[in-house]
Design a protein around this ligand. Structure first.
Ligand code: SF4
Length: 184
């Protein structure tokens, strides 16, 4: 049984809960348009990076959960998705760090409100498997504002460790500085 998050990750857990709650509300309302299910991992792409605080929480999860660490080591050795998926996706298509997966992973699947850069107009984006044939501009409340989410993660990161939020960390054992032999 995973332990409770350390107090230093309480604010991050609150942000994650906020995303989960919004995701659940959208799913409740628009479930017929959402194909997300266990085993679908089309959004679990390689080379994703997260804020330092989210990386630290995942590292702590591995420290507390030897079976999760063993699973990640197995993936690192066998590369079951031929480099086309996140290092924390197991051979069966399940997220090894699911209880502490990053905020953006939690938001994947429902419409996202994103602004590519300061010059661009914000627009709504969604997994191509979901909301097929639906005019997303008619669902203004059924989306997650990615810029606001990134800002919240940035702020809890700064409260956790000043200036840490400028650093992005890859989702891999190597980037988390965990040995493939499992030694932490
Ligand atoms: S951390 Fe988990 S949910 Fe996020 S991309 Fe990796 S396998 Fe997918």
């Amino acid at each position: 049984m995973p332990r409770q998050p350390l107090a230093e990750f309480t604010n991050l857990a609150a942000v994650h809960l906020k995303v989960d709650t919004k995701f659940a509300a959208i799913t409740e309302l628009r479930g017929e348009h959402i194909q997300c299910r266990s085993g679908c991992h089309s959004c679990c792409l390689p080379n994703l990076t997260v804020a330092s605080i989210e990386a630290a929480q995942i590292r702590q999860y591995f420290v507390q959960n030897p079976s999760a660490l063993a699973a990640a080591v197995e993936v690192a050795h066998t590369d079951p998705h031929a480099g086309l998926r996140c290092h924390f996706l197991d051979a069966a298509g399940a997220c090894i760090v699911y209880p502490v997966r990053p905020a953006l992973c939690r938001a994947h699947g429902v419409p996202a409100w994103v602004q590519a850069d300061a010059q661009s107009e914000p627009q709504v984006d969604v997994c191509p498997l979901n909301f097929q044939g639906v005019d997303l501009t008619t669902l203004p409340d059924d989306r997650i504002d990615v810029d606001t989410l990134n800002t919240l993660v940035f702020m809890v990161g700064e409260l956790w460790q000043r200036d840490s939020s400028r650093r992005r960390v890859g989702l891999s054992l190597k980037a988390l500085r965990i040995s493939r032999r499992g030694a932490l």
